[in-house]
Write a protein that binds this ligand. Structure first.
Ligand code: NAD
Length: 490
């Protein structure tokens, strides 16, 4: 890793600087517990300066003008090219910082490239609408304008990808931005901001600050020069941000947590389908060691096939090869930190105390190769019920809970019995049942006979307490726009 890239990690008005808080924090490789690099925290003054730079760049009008649309799209496309050129370095940095496997990090980089290109293409299409008011002397148009100065706050699990879901549509719309990555995994955002700058983003259009949410994040969200806060992270932080922005009536978009069901019907567990169904259950919950907002952590399985399905899930979960993300043989990396592993362990211990049956995992591995890292064994908890904390709260670890149902109505009731509503999966051979379930599930994404894929062209977001607003798709661009009605009488 090139440490020089991170010596001046703060970007304000086109200049890379050290953070001025006087504090720095180690960025830890969770696979080894070693410090990768020590990064400066920004001060609250830096946060203020970053917002002012974004304000100036927006108000200047060069970047945000309708006539600059083609240039904005060109910057996004060139950024995609820079990321493609540097993809191996960026994927390695993401792996070292987050713990995810290199294969997963490579997919993240490819997805970021696709998101940048999608918004470059979408923004080039005309978004205006002409309204017929029944008077030939009147031209009535609804036009789209940029929302203004946007603060983008991202979580630690998909640092680069989540940031791109905000930055690409924000820049395409003509907004200017201040990026605040998670203090736990800040590195790839530095590379992303460098790529945007290299691709021609003018000074002040992309600014970047680091530091804790409580200090730097709070300074950004309380700043009166900010027009929009786009946040991805935990529900509790979402509430704090709504409170912080309420006095200013700042627009807020929230992508929060999930407690996502994966419903398996008996007809998806016959000899011809069991293997594929179990594959999806495993990928759904154990990808990135369960640290995925849309992880399918609740297996809701038809009673008549439950033992067969759970036995197979357990057999294959036990065979998952844990290891550092950079090692090609590793199928799953560590959790992001030892503190997070302790939180996951508390959920598992609590579930067992509440009566869940531990079928596998439930502890850190004892392999001497892994003890310095924050690894956790893939865990299956059978015989869970709706009252258990582990079934209600996001564990954000490799922990699958199992509930059983006897009929479709009960399956739907269990799957919808959550305050969240981010994503859900249904495994069913009967297409009409699959369709009834897909329409009945109160979740922002429903996968039928699949779990996890997405496309930049389709909206992502939550029902219930999984958030407000949508990312990706046309709605993901609209989040960064204002509508204006222009009525012209000839
Ligand atoms: P978090 O809420 O702890 O932190 C997220 C970001 O918010 C970080 O950058 C943090 O520094 C910042 N922050 C914290 N307090 C703040 C404050 N008071 N003001 C402003 N910013 C503040 O979340 P996390 O632990 O980093 O990420 C995990 C969570 O993110 C999970 O709940 C997960 O489900 C969610 N998530 C959701 C999606 C989605 O698309 N819905 C995607 C990924 C992650």
């Amino acid at each position: 890793m090139d440490h020089a890239e991170f010596a001046r990690p703060v970007l304000i008005d086109g200049l890379w600087r050290t953070g001025e808080s006087g504090r720095s924090r180690p960025v830890i490789d969770p696979a080894t517990g070693q410090t990768l690099v020590v990064l400066d925290d920004a001060s609250t003054n830096d946060a203020r300066a970053a917002v002012r730079a974004a304000r100036r760049a927006f108000d200047d009008g060069t970047w945000s003008a309708v006539s600059a649309q083609a240039e904005r799209c060109a910057v996004l496309r060139r950024t995609a090219d820079v990321l493609l050129r540097d993809r191996e370095t960026i994927a390695e940095v993401e792996t070292l910082d987050t713990g995810k496997t290199l294969a997963e990090a490579r997919i993240d980089v490819a997805d970021v490239v696709a998101v940048l290109r999608y918004y470059a293409d979408l923004a080039e299409r005309p978004g205006d609408r002409v309204v017929d008011v029944g008077d030939p002397a009147v031209l009535s148009r609804v036009v789209r304008e940029p929302a203004g100065v946007c603060v983008a706050i991202a979580p630690w699990n998909y640092p680069l990808l989540q940031m791109s879901w905000k930055v690409a549509p924000a820049l395409a719309a003509g907004c200017t931005t201040v990026l605040k990555p998670s203090e736990v995994t800040p590195l790839s955002t530095v590379l992303f901001a460098r790529a945007l700058q290299e691709a021609g983003a003018p000074a002040g259009v992309v600014n970047l600050v680091h530091g804790s949410g409580a200090e730097v994040g709070a300074a950004l969200t309380a700043d009166p020069d900010v027009d929009l806060v786009s946040f991805t992270g935990g529900a509790a932080t979402g509430t704090t941000i709504l409170q912080a922005t309420a006095p200013l009536l700042t627009r807020v978009a929230l992508e929060l947590g999930g407690k996502n069901p994966h419903v398996v019907f008996a007809d998806a567990a016959g000899p011809d389908r069991l293997d594929a169904t179990v594959d999806r259950v495993l990928t759904g919950v154990f990808l990135h060691s369960g640290q995925v907002c849309s992880a399918g952590t609740r297996l809701i399985v038809e009673e008549s096939v439950a033992d067969r399905v759970v036995d197979e899930v357990v057999r294959r979960a036990e065979a998952i090869v844990l290891g550092p993300g950079l090692e090609p043989s590793s199928e799953a990396g560590p959790l992001v930190s030892t503190a997070h592993r302790e939180a996951v362990q508390r959920y598992v211990d609590g579930a067992i105390a509440e009566g869940a049956v531990l079928r596998c995992g439930g502890e850190a591995p004892t392999d001497p190769r892994l003890v310095a890292g924050s690894f956790y064994r893939p865990t299956v908890l059978d015989r869970c019920d709706r009252e258990m904390t582990v079934v209600r709260e996001e564990t954000f670890g490799p922990v699958l809970t199992v509930e059983r149902f006897v009929d479709e109505a009960e399956a739907l009731r269990l799957a919808n019995d959550t305050r969240y509503g981010l994503a859900a999966g249904v495994a069913a051979a009967d297409p009409s049942r699959a369709e009834r379930m897909a329409r009945g599930l109160r979740h922002g994404t429903v996968w039928v006979n699949d779990f996890g894929p997405y496309t930049p062209a389709a909206e992502w977001g939550g029902f219930g307490r999984s958030g407000h607003g949508r990312e990706l798709g046309p709605s993901g661009l609209h989040e960064y726009q204002q509508l204006k009605h222009v009525w012209t009488h000839s």
